[in-house]
Ligand binder design. Sequence first.
Ligand code: HEC
Ligand code: HEC
Ligand code: HEC
Length: 473
Amino acid sequence: MRILLAAAAAVSATLFSTPPLLAQTAAPSGDAGLVARGAYLAKAADCAACHRAELADGKPYVGGYAIASPMGNIIAPNITPSKTAGIGQWSFADFDRAMRKGERPDGGKLYPAMPYTDYQGISDADMHALYAYFMQGVQPVDTVTPKTHLPFPFNLRVIMAPWNWLFRSNKPFTAASGLDPQAQRGQYLVETLGHCGSCHTPRNLLMAEESAKALSGADVAGWHAPNITSDPISGVGGWSQPEIVDYLRNGHVTGKGVAAGGMGEAVENSLRYLTQPDLAAIAAYLKASKPVRDPAETKPAFAWTQVRPVPLSAYETGDSHDQAALAKSDTTDGALLYANGCASCHGLDGKGTKDGFYPPLLGSSTTGAANPANLVMTILNGVDREGADSHSFMPRFATQMNDDQVAAVANHVLATFGRPDRKVTAAMVADARHGGGKPLLLTLMPWLFGLGALVLVAIAYLGLRRPRRRQVA
Ligand code: HEC
Ligand code: HEC
Ligand code: HEC
């Protein structure tokens, strides 16, 4: 029971978007070289995504940003080298222990919102470089971050001890057998610094990543991080290696998909800064990873390329084709909503623009996905992403359309350009607005509390009865 409760603390809802601190590109020698190396690794590990200030213009790593978790907000601490407010007094051993074991110098346990279960496998050399960077390359800021206050029982940090005992590995990173050196490098980046599994790997009832199903897809805060194993149907086996590299650098591959939500932020804050060899290594590893197939799937998401015709009259509004009109209208006619809100960029025929800048909605991993979550989330939240070479922007429709309208336009897109056997309901849209369904464990929480209370009552009852019986006897 306690372990179950402890485990709930393991949810890490990751919300990213911070103006990145540029990695130093010069190659100085000695200590400066180590610091520059650490700056690059901090980019690869996306430390700034979580350890950012509460306000967008805050200093890097000053913390204060509240990471939403189903148990409540977890505040990312100040990790600048400030001696009073940050980690300026920490030795290398202290830093290493927090990064690998999730334990502070005072013994306090960290919540796994800090991805220490992934960082655990970082090499010693890389850990030293990261430490050198955080001590010498980051500007100290003396702003104390507010404390995290989760409700009982999650406020008892000691409950992380049994969870760590069950789920935290102590083994150094080991490359899978049979991989060439490039793919081995990729596996290292994916499993440790890149912590890709924190979004792409499904979690068990205790909210720990299920290693047997590594990278086979999981729900994160309303989005679905798809299967990125090498399987040609359920995963990215049908993407070429250069396509994957392009996706990671720019978040956009015409005919495959675009990166929005947490992935757009991973591209913007982290992946676009990686070197070409490191991106190629990640792609090589994904292509060589253990395939995981969903037996219900028959073709890859991007292979839904057929346009199903809609009579032109269905698009006729009689009114103006603009978004302001859309905001005022209460129509739930999906074709009309599409004509007014989407066709100016994606085309009535869903083919986008020739250069792919406005992407096609057929042959896209979003509209052909078995799970329409990303379609709904893209309509609600739009896209705003800085890639290595380009900036992508689609407006958000969350305030312009109600749940019924979002469902209607999504269903029009699915029926006309994507997977016609998938349907979106207004209830799904309402759920998506609140960050998606809760993990099973939290849905079960009231029951667990109920069960726990029953067990306690039973123990107390037996405990009280026994001595009395003995007294009587
Ligand atoms: C997905 C979000 C996330 C990422 C990425 C992340 N952290 Fe954290 N980190 C956290 C949170 C949240 C905490 C506080 C957890 C708690 O309160 O138990 C934390 C705690 C820490 C602490 C302990 C600080 C203290 O005062 O207790 C250190 C040190 C740290 N992180 C360093 C790093 C470094 C270095 C990186 C990159 C290599 C990194 N973190 C990446 C979320 C993150
Ligand atoms: C914060 C959560 C998060 C992290 C961390 C993350 N991803 Fe993603 N990823 C997503 C989401 C969500 C999508 C779907 C985005 C969309 O369709 O707009 C996605 C999509 C992808 C896709 C496209 C798959 C498809 O079928 O469309 C690839 C490839 C990918 N991620 C690779 C990676 C790699 C490699 C890493 C680690 C370096 C990583 N991701 C880290 C959330 C994440
Ligand atoms: C102002 C132009 C514009 C409008 C209007 C617009 N979009 Fe987009 N849409 C874009 C851009 C730009 C992208 C992302 C391209 C990128 O990331 O590189 C995008 C991406 C998408 C994606 C993800 C495609 C993929 O391959 O993963 C979907 C789905 C989508 N839009 C649906 C819609 C729907 C439905 C509407 C109407 C409710 C709409 N869009 C309105 C410009 C627009």
